[in-house]
Write a protein that binds this ligand. Structure first.
Ligand code: NAG
Ligand code: NAG
Length: 378
């Protein structure tokens, strides 16, 4: 899987590191799905005995190497990617050194499942970061998908050409068999879309965003409390209490292009972008509101806020995929305007699985309008 593209940078990297590492741009880390496991002599039951027993990874604490179909208590583990996954016990971690494009913005995506009813958390961090606190706690207490697995994303800037990626279970549970199961760890080098005259918002169609696993039909969660410097979704801020879901057209209905956002956390699910504006000037915000064809039935609502304006759009969903367009005309009151969307209602899918769902948001455009209209000079 070490494909060297014909760009100068990569040819150089591939030449230096032809066996050990090549920079991951878009896809699984080496042994990112844990299909290569420890030798039988390096395991006791499912417990991994040696720090470096899992190829490409280094572990600390109690890490179990688990095969799909393994039962634990009354839970049957089904692994989303391949046949193996790892479980992180109390304060256990896995890490891997990855070659990266220095100063590149990356999004890390991985799949994880909870094993116990208790609140479980993961601490994701990257080493050699110039930013002192480049880590994030991803809470797993809310189940967003019905089968127990969710994919999570995390954004960061690579401050060196080699970075260590660490996934750590900070929890200490009484039952040592509790602790999240991890599978499929991937990276994507993000490009940062620019604002244009046709759209003052960056990445308004959400086409640029975290890596999506081809065989993970549950979308990718973008965790709450994400500022724009750490967003795996370039341009956008997730300042809500709950995550938003990044969805793709291979698995969901998407209004425009290949990607969109589903606001899955009711009123606690919101997304925003700060835009440069001119006070007193008028702007028009347009966007698409729909349903992702995921049995999210009933009245779905999105409220949009910008400048002196606000609008509430209700879309009645039959759960079969569709959308409508909405518009908000507003006057900017400051040099910076926060364009914000949130979901009006809490909704669950109609399949009784308890999966949270909500309206999709896509194709968000912001343009300035002249007031009053002037005649153009040649
Ligand atoms: C998360 O990991 C980072 C880096 O290893 C560490 O500095 C930080 O204290 C950890 N946070 C928690 C809450 O465990
Ligand atoms: C916002 O400002 C515009 C232009 O002055 C005005 O027409 C509009 O009524 C205002 N909207 C609200 C909700 O106050």
């Amino acid at each position: 899987m070490k494909v060297c593209k014909a760009t100068v940078v990569l040819v150089l990297l591939c030449a230096i590191s032809h066996t050990a590492f090549s920079a991951v741009r878009n896809g699984l880390l080496p042994n990112g799905n844990f299909e290569y496991g420890p030798k039988p002599s390096e395991m006791k039951g499912t417990l991994v005995l040696n720090r470096k027993a899992i190829p490409n990874w280094e572990i600390s604490g109690e890490v179990e190497y688990i095969k799909s179909g393994h039962t634990q208590g009354d839970m049957l583990l089904v692994v989303p990617e391949g046949a193996f996954a790892v479980r992180l016990g109390n304060e256990a971690s896995i890490k891997q050194k990855v070659r990266m494009i220095k100063d590149g913005f990356y999004s890390l995506t991985f799949s994880a499942a909870r094993t116990c009813a208790q609140e479980e958390k993961l601490n994701v961090s990257v080493s050699r970061s110039l930013e002192p606190n480049d880590w994030g706690i991803l809470p797993m207490q809310t189940m967003y998908s019905s089968n127990g697995w969710d994919s999570y994303s995390y954004g960061f800037k690579a401050d060196a050409s080699q970075i260590e990626i660490i996934i750590h279970n900070p929890g200490v549970e009484e039952d040592p068999a509790c602790g999240p199961v991890i599978d499929s760890v991937a990276l994507k080098l993000l490009s940062l879309p620019k604002r244009t005259r046709a759209n003052l918002l960056k990445n308004g169609n959400f086409e640029e965003g975290p890596y999506v696993f081809p065989n993970a039909p549950w979308g990718v969660l973008i965790p709450p409390h994400i500022d724009d410097a750490h967003s795996p979704l370039p341009g956008w801020i997730i300042d809500s209490l709950k995550a938003v879901k990044y969805i793709d057209s291979d698995h969901f209905h998407v209004p425009e292009g290949k990607r969109a956002i589903e606001l899955v956390g009711g009123k606690e699910s919101s997304i925003a972008q700060i835009v440069r504006t001119e006070p007193g000037k008028e702007y028009v915000l347009t966007f698409a509101v729909g349903d992702a064809k995921n049995s999210c039935v009933g009245s779905l609502g999105i409220e949009a806020f910008a400048g002196n304006g606000t609008t509430k759009v209700v879309y009645v969903s039959t759960g079969s995929g569709g959308f409508k367009r909405a518009k908000l005309r507003f006057k900017a009151t400051q040099w910076r305007t926060r364009v914000m969307f949130f979901s009006t209602f809490y909704t669950m899918t109609s399949d009784n699985s308890g999966t949270l769902c909500g309206p999709t948001l896509d194709d968000v455009k912001l343009i300035s309008v002249r007031t009053p209209p002037r005649t153009r000079r040649a």
